[in-house]
Design a binder for this molecule. Structure first.
Ligand code: NOJ
Length: 616
């Protein structure tokens, strides 16, 4: 299928550029001629005009003022036909089993990694649980007045952009099964759930009226979490930008997004603050909604703000407006609303090893850190970007006013790290300086090479599913990384604390298993859980890093963005036909670890794992 689409906006219809390539004859003027025709003489149409169409030259925003049902229907037509789940009304929970099937003595759980912390305990107020994101688990994407997000659009309209051609239309159907899911969390003794709110469910067009049904849904979700005694850790935005904002002004490449996001954030915070334990404004701004490359999808969506087909300009505009939006919400929350809950944003970053002891490789490590966590490090520094970004990127990097820097500086109560893996970094063969001075260099602007093998060629750890080629199990990296963040990179973080807000693993080829017997003993994920948890605890108990929380990704299998439904990250398996969930061995590994390290569990289920936790 050709990647063209009809975009209906404000009653007008925009056609992809190719659709305008018709010669005048196809309008019925003149004859069906194959010879080059001269400028036609128009006699029958007084309003005739012509132009050269070029979608990527779009510069005039389309005003978003029509919030009618018809307009919502146009938006969904832009996405295409949505699949509906067999279960499409809210389900009441069924009783949880008193004991779950779990690993037995023939293959016990994975032994401890760090023997020195085997008896270390976590404090009573340590926050832990499992995590998810609305787009990845909710399903019901067009139900009850929700508007489409760009992540509804991509799987449907960007041909072959999702590895397995799946969509998030149904996913784990949490929209209807949340009561059952919360009952499961309670029964397993998981005290907190880190989940996200769908902006397009609450404000279908991203601006304009609030959707009453969407709000009623989240009202009930919070009430149900409260009834089950599960703490809510809430991310306001996890990449699912309303499609209407792309159509109107190019979403995160426009400063207009700041006001629209802030309005939404205030609305959610004012309504739900009393239920929430921790707020995150953004998930992993480093990826800017996964869409800085090819933003805004070639010719599928209008290209505003001079970003052409995306790339660096889009990436750094997106990061810029994200930081401003975050900081504005933070300052309002603390200084105007007088909110008392901790607030931060989640960072995607990893421990980087140098490939050698050379000064050039050490600089490569610094550059990877600067272009990753340093980019969003303003809250922990002077409110600005690192000097290495400024000197390399020049005009590609927008500037903050002094007032904006002051607003960004200090605008986070703790550091939140989504720390999944590690990498080895080396300077490029032509040298960092030559690369940094040449915007056409293939390694520009980071100007560092990264690898997942050591210098001797051996892999840094067991690899993950082919849908997550970036992910290698490297538990030895998380401990020094946490110390590095707290003591060297962002020393201001040390007193405030670090939450490991996500970590998780995707076992290779899990989607090719078709029986529960094959799926449930997920050894690599279980090993990953134990290794990371032990090393995080070692950072806290032995190295003195103020770790205040841990969240595992993910509550269950879900829609892994461009890798689709077949790259599995769940501690629970989801049967995509029946929607039943089954805890995997990794879930028991995770639960058993918290049981051993001192937190009270209110579990009604017997989660005691058999032997095997001692290092042999
Ligand atoms: C972090 C992201 O927040 C989440 O959406 C994603 O599924 C996991 N990483 C795994 O890739």
């Amino acid at each position: 299928m050709a990647p063209s689409v009809t975009v209906k906006l404000g009653g007008a219809t925009l056609l992809a550029a190719s659709a305008f390539a018709a010669s005048p004859s196809s309008y019925g003027y003149g004859h069906n001629s194959t010879t080059a025709s001269p400028t036609p003489t128009i006699t029958s149409d007084a309003s005739y005009s012509s132009t050269t169409f070029n979608a990527s030259a779009a510069s005039t925003y389309l005003p978003l003022t029509d919030f009618s049902n018809e307009q919502l229907a146009f938006l969904w037509d832009q996405v295409g036909s949505i699949s509906t789940a067999a279960i499409h009304t809210t389900v009441s929970p069924t009783p949880e089993p008193s004991v779950y099937p779990k690993p037995g003595y023939l293959h016990p759980l994975v032994p401890a990694y760090v023997s020195e912390v085997e008896s270390a305990k976590l404090p009573e107020d340590f926050l832990w649980g499992v995590a998810s994101a609305a787009l990845q688990v909710e399903g019901a994407v067009d139900a009850e007045g929700k508007g489409p997000s760009v992540w509804d659009f991509i799987p449907h309209r960007w041909v072959n952009s999702i590895a397995d051609n799946s969509t998030a239309d149904v996913a784990a159907n949490q929209y209807y099964l949340y009561k059952q899911d919360n009952a499961r969390l309670k029964a397993l003794g998981i005290p907190a759930y880190s989940f996200t709110i769908s902006l397009a469910r609450v404000i279908p067009f991203g601006k304009g009226p609030v959707n009453e049904q969407g709000i009623a849904h989240y009202d009930d979700v919070f009430a149900n979490m409260e009834a089950n005694g599960i703490k809510s850790v809430v991310t306001l935005f996890h990449w699912d930008t309303p499609l209407a904002l792309f159509n109107s002004y190019g979403a995160w490449t426009s400063r207009d997004i700041v006001a629209d996001y802030v309005r939404y954030a205030k609305l959610i915070i004012e309504r739900y603050d009393k239920y929430v334990t921790v707020w995150y404004t953004f998930n992993e701004p480093q990826y800017c909604n996964w869409r800085f490359s090819n933003y805004p999808y070639g010719t599928l969506l209008p290209s505003y703000n001079g970003i052409g087909n995306g790339g660096l300009k889009a990436e750094f505009l997106c990061g810029h407006y994200t930081l401003l939006a975050h900081a504005e919400v933070y300052q309002w929350y603390k200084n105007v609303y007088k909110g008392t809950k901790p607030m931060s944003f989640k960072n995607s970053a990893n421990w980087i090893l140098p490939n050698s002891t050379s000064a050039a490789d050490a600089e490569a490590v610094t550059r990877v850190n600067d272009f990753n966590m340093g980019w969003f490090g303003g809250p922990w520094t002077d409110g600005d970007y690192p000097a290495s970004l400024r000197s390399t990127l020049g005009d590609l990097l927008p500037t903050f006013t002094q007032a904006e820097k002051d607003m960004i500086k200090g605008s986070a109560d703790f550091y939140a790290l989504d720390g999944y893996t590690a990498n080895v970094a080396a300077a490029p063969p032509n040298g960092i300086a030559a690369c940094a001075a040449n915007a056409s260099d293939p390694n520009y602007p980071t100007c560092a090479l990264t690898a997942t093998t050591y210098a001797d060629g051996f892999p840094i750890g067991p690899n993950s599913d082919p849908g997550a080629t970036w992910l290698w199990s490297t538990p030895g990296g998380i401990r020094p990384y946490l110390s590095f963040i707290a003591n060297k990179y962002f020393p201001k973080v040390a007193s405030k604390g670090i939450v490991v807000s996500e970590f998780g693993f995707s076992d290779p080829y899990e989607s090719s298993f078709d029986t529960l017997a094959q799926i449930l003993w997920d050894l690599r994920r279980a090993d990953y859980m134990q290794g990371y948890l032990d090393n995080i605890l070692a950072a806290r108990a032995l190295d003195g890093v103020n770790i205040t929380g841990i969240f595992a990704w993910a509550i269950y299998d879900n829609f892994e963005w461009n890798s689709g439904l077949s790259t599995k990250f769940g501690l629970q398996y989801v049967n995509l036909t029946s929607q039943e969930r089954h805890p995997k061995a990794s879930m028991f590994q995770f639960l058993n670890w918290f049981k051993l390290h001192g937190l009270d569990s209110t579990a009604t289920a017997n989660i005691t794992a058999p032997i095997g936790h001692k290092r042999m």
